[in-house]
Ligand binder design. Structure first.
Ligand code: DOR
Ligand code: ZN
Length: 382
């Protein structure tokens, strides 16, 4: 198969890429199978922080609906958080979770295990471990911290879950960084201070669009860690230049759950399809260079995860995100969540097509049930 158009290869060049499941060669001319004359062909976006749900939480979202929504948003790889029901932190559950993705995922994927005392998990084909605030006081944390695998930290102290919402203060986020070590990625940072401290400790970091853009108003904007005040949010805009990645923290809940009184309604915002159009809109507006944009949504995340993805390069997985610079207003399309706080947000970049494993997963209209692969399965044939 050949794809032709304006390719991003460190700079934008007219050309062709030959691929099957992997990228085989890059040439000037070809007889293309896929031709996008009015768009730009970018490395497939990655989202290393997604609560896909499924299993007993399928009433909120399923692997099929979350990954369809991801493909609609240009995302070619989702990495799944373990706080589903049942919780994913044993060898058997990890394998069961991977099987669920093998059957239903329309994008490539990875799964994180929760913190565990099951030593067999470390030999499983996982993306790493998710460390939630409550895990920071568990004895089994030590085993996870001594693993060579990636640890993704939700940076808040265990006490955050026990105190009133107003007491989930920024210092707790900052303090949590001192309780981990090794290959650590600090996710959904809410302040520039956290990013700078994380970097000085040798950790990588990401931000979410909601922590940059939104103000807490009702349950639709209730999320953990909480949205900070305007001053902190404005300072956090520097994260676009200092953090390693932008992720969604896609955390779907039903409309009914989100209508519960604020004190008891579940935190979480769905936005797996918002990140890529949003970040490429910042490029279109001249805020970010194209190089930096690709780093935030593709290249850096692939590096942190240790996968051969996120760049248009021979031998890398044939995942592409095709973008055109049209104006439109955001809404979800395939997720079970039909209302998000980003609805109506004006965007200037739109996903024309999403190609996963060399196949069209989204064509600007529909999603297709292509087979996503576990990119963390090293036994898999090239
Ligand atoms: O707001 C959040 N929602 N924060 C989390 O840590 C979990 C997530 C969820 O799973 O809903
Ligand atoms: Zn999360």
């Amino acid at each position: 198969m050949w794809i032709k158009g304006k390719l991003y290869l460190g700079e934008v060049v007219e050309g062709c890429v030959e691929f099957d499941r992997k990228i085989k060669s890059i040439k000037k001319e070809c007889k293309p199978d896929l031709y996008y004359p009015d768009s730009i062909i970018l490395p497939g976006s990655i989202d290393m922080h997604v609560h896909v749900r499924g299993m007993q939480l399928s009433y909120k979202e399923t692997v099929a609906t979350a990954t369809s929504e991801a493909a609609y948003g240009g995302v070619t790889v989702v990495v799944d958080m373990p706080n589903t029901q049942p919780y994913i932190n044993t060898h058997e559950r990890v394998l069961e979770r991977i099987r669920e993705f093998e059957n239903f995922s329309r994008t490539d994927f990875g799964v994180y295990s929760g913190v565990t005392s099951d030593a067999r998990v470390d030999g499983d084909p996982i993306a790493g471990y998710k460390v939630f605030p409550e895990d920071l006081e568990k004895p089994e944390l030590e085993m996870v911290l001594s693993s060579n695998k990636l640890k993704v930290l939700h940076p808040e102290l265990p006490i955050s879950n026990k105190v009133l919402r107003e007491s989930r203060l920024l210092w707790q986020e900052i303090a949590s960084l001192y309780l981990v070590r090794g290959k650590v990625h600090v996710t959904h940072t809410t302040s520039l201070e956290t990013i700078r401290l994380a970097k000085s400790l040798g950790f990588t970091t990401d931000v979410t669009p909601h922590h940059l853009l939104l103000e807490e108003r009702d349950c639709t904007t209730k999320v953990n860690p909480p949205l900070r005040d305007k001053t902190e949010r404005n300072k956090l805009l520097r994260a676009l230049f200092e953090a390693d990645a932008v992720v969604s923290d896609h955390a779907p809940h039903t409309a009914k759950e989100k209508e519960l009184p604020f004190e008891i309604c579940p935190p979480g915002i769905a936005g797996v399809s918002f990140v890529t159009p949003f970040v490429y809109t910042l490029f279109k507006k001249g805020v970010l260079s194209l190089e930096r944009t690709v780093e935030l949504v593709s290249k850096n995340q692939a590096k942190i995860l240790g996968i051969k993805a996120g760049e248009i390069k021979e031998g890398y997985v044939a995942n592409f995100t095709v973008i055109s610079f049209n104006t439109w207003r955001y809404s979800t399309k395939f997720s079970k969540v039909t209302q998000t706080p980003f609805d109506g947000y004006p965007l200037e970049a739109k996903v024309t097509a999403t190609i996963v494993e060399g196949k069209v997963a989204y064509d600007g209209e529909s999603v297709y049930p292509i087979r996503g692969m576990n990119l963390f399965d090293k036994t898999e044939k090239p």
